[in-house]
Design a protein around this ligand. Structure first.
Ligand code: NAP
Ligand code: GDD
Length: 323
């Protein structure tokens, strides 16, 4: 049988790198779309670069997306690319709308015109629930986004469903709750904390400045979550799924656990800095993954404690290597 072909937008990101590893292990031909940059930043995929094929493209440029789909002829398209950092979405709201919102339509258009038989995955987000209407949040919970990013993701979610219903595309929206890893971007709170704790432990810095410690998130491990993406595209019919652990923790709990792993008392080092408080906050996220469990047979494997430990150890190792 011919090898399956997958195109991943956002392959240089956290999830793109884990998904590429997963698909390679399943025997796929993996194609990744990357943006042109004056200096290439392929750190997350350098270990698999000889096993994947990169094509250039940008979510703001329709013709590059058409070419990416045309040249790779994918069986599966995973749209993971986005302006994904919530605070930046207040500074760059129209760019976030262009990339994270309209970019989804552009990828869907490329699939519709050139490769309508391809299966499509949209990286939707629990940020869409925002000021939550239900606890826990399910596929039926109404959206109330609290950031330009969340608003753009709601658009991406509904345009995915609309293309499924209008053109009969096999298009799925995965509503993923926060998922982290040692490859998480340094500005996101979990990695900022584990990297900060590791730096303090090694004497490289003296404090860690954070914003709202009371926000609650349902944090899982990115390596587990990319399996759910793949499973969605292996079903008989396209559908939308919440992917979460069903557990929630405050940022403060994450801080305590991370500093604990480094053998430090967090209260001596953490400083609250108003610069990191958001104009509108998502106070509580906790997802109900029952549908994913029942229909996809998906369950998270890595616990909160294991995740924190994995990230602190990863940062300590990386910093010690660089020292
Ligand atoms: P990430 O690490 O920030 O990666 C984002 C990716 O998008 C990078 O590869 C980036 O490329 C690419 N990108 C940004 N703007 C682009 C553009 N204009 N054209 C083409 N590519 C562009 O994000 P992630 O954590 O892996 O998340 C993957 C997806 O899932 C995102 O859509 C995110 O919004 C969504 N999501 C994430 C979570 C989570 O907790 N991680 C939860 C729910 C949903 P460069 O390397 O060139 O910047
Ligand atoms: N980034 C950051 N930096 N967040 C902080 C800080 C800080 O110094 N201090 C407190 N926080 C709080 C934020 O206010 C927020 O409530 C929480 O930590 C998590 O922030 P992030 O890690 O930046 O993630 P997010 O929840 O806003 O967004 C992530 O998850 C979404 C899914 O719910 C991103 O990955 C999004 O792309 C994703 O869709």
């Amino acid at each position: 049988m011919a090898k399956k072909r997958a195109l991943i937008t956002g392959i240089t990101g956290q999830d793109g790198s884990y998904l590429a590893e997963l698909l390679i292990s399943k025997g796929y031909d993996v194609y990744g779309m990357v943006r042109r940059a004056s200096v290439e930043r392929f750190d997350r995929i350098s270990h698999i670069q000889d096993k994947i094929t990169l094509v250039q493209g940008d979510l703001t440029d329709q013709s590059s997306l058409d070419s990416a789909v045309q040249s790779t002829r994918p069986d599966e398209v995973y749209n993971l690319a986005a302006q994904s950092f919530v605070p930046t979405s207040w500074n760059q709201p129209t760019l976030t709308g262009e990339v994270t919102g309209l970019g989804t339509t552009r990828v869907l258009e490329a699939v519709r015109k050139i490769r309508p038989e391809a299966r499509f995955y949209q990286a939707s987000s629990s940020e869409m629930f925002g000021k939550v209407r239900d606890v826990p949040q399910t596929e039926q919970t109404p959206f109330y986004p609290r950031s330009p990013y969340g608003v753009a993701k709601v658009y991406g979610h509904y345009i995915t469903i609309n293309y499924r219903e209008s053109y009969n595309l096999f298009a799925c929206s995965g509503i993923l709750f926060n998922h982290e890893s040692p490859r998480r971007g340094l500005e996101f709170v979990t990695r900022k904390i584990t990297n900060g704790a590791a730096k303090i432990k090694l004497g490289l810095t003296k404090e860690l400045r954070l914003g709202n410690l009371d926000a609650k998130r349902d944090w899982g491990y990115a390596g587990d979550y990319v399996e759910a993406m793949w499973l969605m595209l292996q079903q008989d019919a396209p559908d939308d799924f919440v992917v979460a652990t069903g557990e929630t923790h405050t940022v403060k709990e994450f801080v305590e656990a991370a500093f604990g792993c480094a053998g430090l008392d967090w209260e001596k080092y953490v400083v609250i800095d108003p610069r990191f408080i958001r104009p509108a906050e998502v106070e509580l996220l906790i997802g109900d993954p029952a549908k994913a469990k029942k229909k996809l047979g998906w369950e998270p494997r890595v616990s909160f404690t294991e995740l924190v430990k994995m990230m602190v150890e990863g940062d300590l190792k990386e910093l010690e290597k660089g020292a």
